[in-house]
Design a protein around this ligand. Structure first.
Ligand code: NDP
Ligand code: BG6
Length: 498
């Protein structure tokens, strides 16, 4: 395994939610598992007036709520906290970045280490440009260090609002950092189960020969959530589920399940294959948008015996909102492997269940021996890759039921992470932060796959502005989404794998 080099991680927006819920728990787990080198420092950069001690206390409290290592041992934490600092700063004042430069320089000098710096942008996107300008103005990039260290930048989602804004943001970042220094996070790529898609497909001789349109009837990719928008309505109402889930997580799942085997399992080869795949997704005409896309917004309903509000009634959501909280799409990949195979994608909030899965359905038998003896409708074979919860893979096939009578019933052969490996997979952020520090971009989006995904999604969003919004709300919370989404798949003689 690659070793983390002595380095400094600067977290912009360190007083915020993501820093406390995901970034610090991941850093603490990495530290506890012995991944940190001696000289590894974390510095929070945000406007809130805190000092090092108060900042460390807020981290201790949030680790006890959010870290997989909880409860946190106070002595252990005291040792960890020696690596953590805080700079009360302003994003749009150059003097704050000069102070940051002073901090980096003094640590490098004191510990005789290169200026290896990871900048983590964990602020709202509206602040990104100020931060990039500030870093540039204070000459805190590797090109200025002239070989005395690396600089890397981590960008959270949303990366832009549409194709044009993503392209502009990309251009801005590229004016200061090189592509090999830019880490665009899609936390789905850090999930063990998502990485396992490639192992499953390309490390087993039995699956690849049937992974194509000769054998596969259709593929469903579902990310269903029972939670609502919570406290993130300010962001969500501008994004909708199409930007929040489809442009990033769902497109990454689609890519991994459908790409060609890369020559090497490394960042460049893998991302080249993803680009080829996304370029082969058939563009949506206006007619396709009408036929093959469904939008939904949740109404009041019952989830887990609790009455929940409609989306329009959630705090901070404008009552006249036309933002979708559910999307289903049917798309085609125009290449040799997938010609004619429909991919059905759906994602939504406040649904009956919480699960993310990829369901691969195989074609029916060309001829059934058992039909002759009255056994009709043998279920299609399927492979269900469950990303979460109950991470694992199930292969569904027909087996003879015990007894003298000939009958065939579907059965599951199941691989489950917990029972096979006796441990739960680490949080995606642990893996991704580790990869940034060791400099591995394999699990991060590259500018071109990100932009192609935006191109597709922007064409749908633009199409929707022409076709007009449906009457919202159009599905009850606690159900599986709008009726039109059922119709989208039922009209092809198929059903969603609920
Ligand atoms: P927060 O709204 O909590 O913002 C983080 C920090 O940014 C705040 O504590 C604040 O610190 C600073 N900030 C600077 N300008 C503003 C502003 N105009 N409004 C609000 N805060 C500001 O965001 P999160 O921590 O939730 O998210 C950070 C980034 O990560 C965002 O881009 C978000 O989209 C993304 N993300 C978040 C997820 C989550 O679950 N929270 C999941 C996936 C991505 P201060 O005032 O001290 O400077
Ligand atoms: C985030 C979205 O990127 O992913 C959220 O902004 C969504 O709206 C979340 O809830 C889902 O992530 P996970 O890991 O819980 O499936």
């Amino acid at each position: 395994m690659a070793e983390m080099k002595p380095s400094i991680m600067v977290i912009f927006g360190a007083s915020g939610d993501l820093a406390h819920i995901k970034i610090f728990p991941a850093l603490y787990s990495l530290w506890e598992d012995g991944f940190f080198p001696d000289n590894f420092f974390i510095v929070g950069f945000a406007r809130t007036k805190l000092n090092d001690d108060v900042f460390r206390k807020t981290i201790f409290n949030s680790l006890n709520l959010n870290c997989r290592k909880k409860p946190i041992d106070e002595d252990e934490f005291t040792n960890f906290a020696k690596h953590v600092f805080y700079l009360a700063s302003k994003y749009d004042e150059y003097s704050s970045y000069d102070a940051l430069g002073g901090f980096i320089g003094s640590k490098a000098k004191e510990y005789n280490m290169p200026k290896n710096v990871v900048y983590y942008l964990s602020t709202p996107p509206s602040v990104y440009i100020d931060v990039i300008d500030g870093i540039n103005n204070a000459k805190l990039t590797s090109s200025e260090y002239k070989g005395d260290g690396f600089s890397r930048i981590v960008i959270e989602k949303p990366f832009g609002y549409d194709y044009e804004s993503a392209k502009n943001l990309n251009g801005k970042i590229l004016s200061v950092f090189k592509e090999e220094e830019i880490y665009r996070i899609d936390h789905y790529l850090g999930k063990e189960t998502v990485q396992n898609i490639l192992a499953f497909r390309f490390a087993n001789a039995i699956f690849e020969p049937v992974w194509n349109n000769k054998f596969i009837d259709h593929i469903q990719i579902s990310a269903l959530e029972s939670i609502g928008v919570g406290f993130r309505s300010g962001y969500f109402d501008k994004a909708g589920i199409i930007r929040d889930m489809m442009q990033n997580h769902m497109m990454q799942l689609l890519s991994l399940v459908a790409i060609e085997p890369p020559p090497l399992p490394d960042a460049d080869d893998l991302r080249n294959e993803k680009v080829k795949l996304l370029k082969s997704v058939r563009p949506f005409s206006l007619n396709d948008i009408k036929k093959y896309t469904v939008r939904g917004q949740y109404d009041r309903g019952i989830i887990g015996n609790k009455q929940v509000l409609s989306y329009k009634e959630e705090e901070g959501v404008p009552p006249e909102t036309l933002t979708e909280t559910y999307v289903a799409l049917k798309l085609f990949i125009d290449n040799y492997r997938w010609a004619g195979v429909p991919f059905y994608l759906r994602s939504g909030k406040r649904l009956k269940i919480h699960k993310t899965e990829i369901a691969i359905f195989f074609k029916k038998l060309p001829y059934s021996l058992f039909a002759k003896v009255g056994i009709e409708n043998i279920k299609q074979n399927s492979i269900i890759i469950t990303i979460q919860p109950n991470e694992g893979i199930a292969i569904n096939f027909g087996a003879k039921t015990p007894g003298f009578k000939l009958d065939i019933e579907p059965v599951n052969m199941v691989f489950n992470y917990k029972s096979s490996f006796k441990l739960s997979p680490p949080d995606a952020y642990e893996r991704l932060i580790y990869d940034v520090i060791v400099g591995d971009q394999t699990l991060f989006a590259r500018y071109d796959d990100m932009l192609i995904a935006w191109q597709l999604i922007t064409s749908i969003i633009n199409g929707w502005s022409k076709t007009g919004a449906p009457v919202f709300p159009n599905y009850e919370a606690g159900t599986f989404g709008p009726e039109d989404a059922e119709e989208l798949i039922n009209s092809d003689g198929r059903i969603w794998n609920n």
